[in-house]
Design a protein around this ligand. Structure first.
Ligand code: NAP
Length: 340
C-alpha cells in the first residue's frame, strides 16, 4: 500500500488555530486486523465543531488526542478489507480523520453509501450528511415550528443555515429572515435560498441588529435557529414573540475566543416572553437519519431544496480551508478533497 499522509493536531490552539498547532506527517498505511477495512478517503468534511474537539474541555465527545489526526467525517472507498460486510470498492461515509487512509471496522462509525443516488458523493457530507440532518431534525424536532411562524435563522448563508431557511419555507413558515455577512451572501439568501428577508450583520452594533430584526418582524419572531451566538443571539433575544422557541445549534462566534466565553446577555427575555432555548445535537438523531435522508432527497429531486458545497483541494490546505469557516470565506458546505 502507498504511504498515508495525515493532518495531526500537535498542540491545543489558543484562540484561532495556527500552523504550529498541526503537522502533516507521512507514514505507512496500517495493517488490518480481522473485521477491519481500510478506507481511501476522497473527501473530508470541515466543520466548525472540529474547533471544539481540539480543546481539552468537557464536551459530547472526547478531545482529539495530541499527536493524532484531526477527527473529521470522510467519504471514501474501501481499498482493502478483512470483513465481508465492507468489500473492496464499497463507498462509505463515516467519522474518521483528515488523512488519506483510515481504518474502520464493521459495527463502527462507517456506513455504506450508494453514490449513484446523488450528483456527487460529497453530498453525503452536506445535504444528506450531518449538516442536512442538523437542519432537518434541528428545525422540525427541536424548534417545534407551527404553520405561520416567523422564523429567524442566523449563520443563514452557511451549510446548515441555508438548508434551515428552505425547510422552514417548505414547512409553512409565514416569513423566514436570515442573518449573514456581506451583501453578496444576503443577496444569495433571497435569490437562491428563497428567504423572505436578509440582514447583513457586518458593521452593525447590538442596537442596530435589534432594530433590523424588529423592522422585519414587528410582532417578534416565533422561532430562532441559532448558529452564531454573541451579539447576533442577543439581538434575536430582544425580538422574541410570546412563547418563542430557540433551537441552539451553534455558537460559532465564540469558538475561537481565547480565555472566557462571551455568553448571551439578554436571557432575561426568555422570562419576559415565556420562551424556551433548547440545545440540539445531530448525533441524537442518528437512528432516524434514514427518514431525514429520504425527505431531503425528495426535496432535492422536486427542486424544493438547493444547496452549495465549497470543495478546496489538498490535505496540505486543511488549515486555510478550515479557517474559512470563521472568516466567512466559505460559500456552502466546506469540504476538503483529500485524494488527488
Ligand atoms: P457554515 O455556516 O457553512 O460556515 C460557518 C459560517 O459562520 C461562516 O461562513 C460565517 O458566515 C459564519 N460565521 C463565522 N464566524 C462568525 C462570527 N463571528 N459572527 C457571525 N457569523 C460568523 O458552517 P456549518 O457547518 O453550517 O455550521 C453552522 C453552525 O452550526 C456552527 O455553529 C456549527 O457549530 C453548528 N452545527 C451544530 C451541529 C449540532 O449538532 N449542534 C451540527 C452541525 C453544525 P458569514 O459569512 O455569514 O459570516
Amino acid at each position: 500500500m502507498p504511504d498515508n499522509r495525515r493532518f495531526l493536531l500537535v498542540r491545543r490552539p489558543d484562540g484561532a488555530p495556527v500552523a504550529d498547532d498541526f503537522r502533516l506527517e507521512t507514514g505507512p498505511t496500517p495493517d488490518l486486523a480481522e473485521g477491519q477495512f481500510l478506507i481511501r478517503n476522497h473527501y473530508a468534511s470541515l466543520d466548525p465543531a472540529m474547533r471544539g474537539w481540539m480543546d481539552d474541555e468537557p464536551s459530547y465527545m472526547p478531545p482529539i488526542p495530541l499527536g493524532t489526526p484531526v477527527r473529521a467525517s470522510t467519504v471514501g472507498v474501501v481499498a482493502e478489507s478483512r470483513t465481508d460486510e465492507f468489500p473492496v470498492g464499497t463507498w462509505v461515509v463515516g467519522l474518521n480523520a483528515i488523512e488519506e487512509y483510515s481504518v474502520s471496522a464493521a459495527g463502527g462509525f462507517s456506513q455504506a453509501i450508494d453514490p449513484a443516488m446523488v450528483p456527487s458523493p460529497t453530498n453525503f457530507l452536506s445535504v444528506l450528511g450531518a449538516v442536512g440532518m442538523t437542519a432537518y431534525f434541528g428545525y422540525l424536532e427541536v424548534c417545534k415550528p407551527n404553520p405561520g411562524d416567523v422564523v429567524l435563522v442566523t449563520g443563514a448563508a452557511g451549510a446548515v443555515g441555508s438548508l434551515v431557511g428552505q425547510i422552514a419555507k417548505a414547512n409553512g413558515a409565514s416569513k423566514v429572515i436570515g442573518i449573514a455577512g456581506g451583501p453578496e451572501k444576503c443577496a444569495r439568501l433571497i435569490e437562491r435560498y428563497k428567504f423572505d428577508a436578509a440582514i447583513d450583520y457586518r458593521g452593525k452594533s447590538l442596537d442596530d441588529l435589534t432594530a433590523a430584526i424588529a423592522a422585519e418582524a414587528p410582532d417578534g419572531v416565533n422561532v430562532i435557529f441559532e448558529n452564531v451566538g454573541g451579539d447576533i443571539l442577543d439581538a434575536g433575544l430582544n425580538n422574541l414573540a410570546m412563547y418563542a422557541r430557540i433551537g441552539l445549534c451553534g455558537l460559532i462566534s465564540e469558538y475561537n475566543n481565547a480565555g472566557g466565553k462571551t455568553g448571551a446577555r439578554n436571557i432575561w427575555q426568555l422570562i419576559v416572553k415565556r420562551a424556551s432555548l433548547t440545545g440540539l445535537l445531530v448525533a441524537d438523531y442518528v437512528p432516524r437519519f434514514g427518514e431525514g435522508i429520504a425527505q431531503m432527497a425528495a426535496w432535492m429531486q422536486s427542486g424544493t431544496l438547493v444547496f452549495d458545497e465549497q470543495i478546496d483541494e489538498g490535505i496540505e490546505n486543511a488549515l486555510p480551508a478550515f479557517l474559512k469557516l470563521f472568516s466567512g470565506g466559505n460559500d456552502g458546505k466546506m469540504i476538503l478533497k483529500v485524494a488527488p
